[in-house]
Write a protein that binds this ligand. Structure first.
Ligand SMILES: Cc1cc2nc3c(=O)[nH]c(=O)nc-3n(C[C@H](O)[C@H](O)[C@H](O)COP(=O)(O)OP(=O)(O)OC[C@H]3O[C@@H](n4cnc5c(N)ncnc54)[C@H](O)[C@@H]3O)c2cc1C
Length: 435
């Protein structure tokens, strides 16, 4: 791996997501050797992936090179590596580019899509955890619109213009809202041969409301916003099967569709090797104590989505969103410094800053502790917060410019089929398999 030997304690971080990056940044100036590993050479700002898949943003505006973090520190290193397993008995990790011994190991590998054992969905559906997957969806949507303009078969056209999303959490809601805007604003201009009324967006949800993790008020508003945009919402509806052409549900719906997007859940993405007692099996996440130490290990830590810390307030662990990941990363940096100095560790306490989701142009819902609001102001707050948290000055400027341009022109500039998806599904299987 070409990491120099050192007298300094070596901290290895697996994963440059929200948690791993927050931790890495806080260790840059410390007397430690820090090695950050990720299978991608960039950080992904997942909350804006849906904008990449619906042509609102270019992929590079939501990705940030991980080498930029370590480049000014002589004791900190980045390696693009897939970690295959952990051998805690010898403090060693095994990766696709070699082995590395650690003094402290931090697992920040996040989560992966949960198909709940439904093979037909995994085989034939689309999902969105990474930039390449978002680009796959962008290509598929645009390729289906292209094909719909040339087919003479009305049944085939119907299937090409039916967009079905399963799961009405923030991702499903934001994605279906953005696809509806594509239909309302782009279709009439770019595809004059197509009738926008023929393009249908179906959002299926197993529970009795959209945005189940948010307040009932937010759910009601989000549903109203989606219906105003023309999204067809099917509540209490679970997908049974998708064979690549037909979506069937427990309510006997059968929708012919060439685009089926699964956004109905995630599960932890652990690395092989630790004892079974380290895991909460049902959640596929590492059980950690209030210092983020993995159950049964003194020098192995887990932070972010992959860590399940049971507390009185959060008996099932913290929500799998960005804030707990960032806060745990920053907090663990303090505790690792204390641990190295032999000082007492401080327990982690989560500060819930609230949740939000946007439903297309001018519409969003925001739940804060004591204040819940929606509409234009909420949308403005949503935009400001996302720009603020987006990593990298360049990304903020580019995104701000894109959003302003899109807003004024009712446009989505990045509607390009750079890497066709249809007919290439197999060659993209590696990425599809991973996360
Ligand atoms: C589409 C989508 C929309 C979202 N929207 C929101 C939102 O609006 N607000 C919000 O708060 N949260 C949102 N989330 C959730 C949020 O993105 C996650 O909670 C957050 O990313 C968790 O951070 P993390 O650091 O634990 O994991 P991640 O950010 O997922 O990072 C994990 C990193 O580990 C790397 N990795 C994994 N396994 C390995 C391995 N074996 N070897 C090497 N590298 C590995 C991955 O490449 C990745 O870079 C969204 C998530 C998705 C998918």
């Amino acid at each position: 791996m070409n990491i120099p030997n050192t007298e300094l304690p070596r901290i290895v971080i697996i994963g440059g997501g929200f948690a791993g990056m927050a931790l890495a940044r806080k260790l840059l100036k410390e007397d430690v050797q820090m090695v950050l590993l990720d299978r991608h050479n960039y950080h992904t700002f997942q909350p804006l992936l849906y904008q990449v898949s619906t042509s609102g943003l270019e992929p590079d505006s939501i990705a940030y090179p991980l080498r930029k973090i370590t480049r000014n520190s002589k004791n900190c290193f980045f390696r693009m590596a897939e970690v295959k397993s952990i051998e805690a008995e010898t403090n060693t990790i095994h990766t696709n580019i070699g082995e590395l011994v650690y003094d402290y190991l931090v697992i920040a590998t996040g989560s992966k899509t949960n198909f709940f054992g439904n093979d037909s969905i995994e085989e034939n559906g689309m999902w969105m955890k990474t930039v390449p997957q978002a680009l796959n969806i962008r290509s598929l949507i645009l390729e289906n619109l292209e094909q719909a303009t040339i087919t003479e078969d009305p049944e085939e056209r119907k299937a090409l213009l039916n967009f079905v999303l399963a799961g009405a959490g923030p991702t499903g809601v934001e994605l279906s809202g953005a696809i509806a805007e594509l239909r309302n604003n782009i279709l009439p201009k770019d595809y004059p041969d197509l009738n926008p009324a023929e393009m249908n967006i179906h959002l299926l949800e197993g529970m009795d409301r959209v945005l189940p993790p948010m307040s009932e008020q937010a759910s009601r508003k989000a549903q109203k916003f989606l219906e105003e945009l023309g999204v067809k919402i099917h509540l209490n509806t679970m997908v049974k099967n998708y064979d690549g052409h037909l979506v069937t549900t427990n309510t006997d719906l059968a929708i012919k569709s060439e685009t089926f997007i699964w956004s109905a859940g995630v599960t932890g993405a652990p690395v092989k090797g630790l004892n079974a007692s380290a895991m909460v099996e049902k959640a596929n996440r590492y059980e950690v104590n209030v210092f983020n130490q993995v159950n049964g290990y003194d020098t192995v830590f887990a932070i972010g989505d992959i860590a399940l810390m049971k507390t009185e307030e959060y008996p099932k662990g913290h929500p799998m969103v960005a804030q707990p990941a960032i806060q745990q990363g920053k907090h663990l940096a303090k505790n690792l410094k204390k641990l190295i100095k032999g000082e007492k560790l401080e327990p982690f306490e989560y500060f819930d800053k609230g949740t939000m989701a946007t439903v297309g142009r001018n519409r969003a819902v925001v739940d804060l502790h004591k204040w819940k609001f929606s509409g234009f102001f909420a949308w403005f707050v949503w935009m400001f917060i996302h720009l603020w948290f987006l990593i990298g000055f360049r990304n903020r400027i580019v995104t701000f410019f894109n959003w302003t341009y899109n807003y004024i022109n009712f446009d989505k500039a990045a509607r390009l089929i750079i890497r066709p998806f249809k007919g290439h599904e197999k060659s993209m299987e590696i990425e599809r398999d991973k996360v």
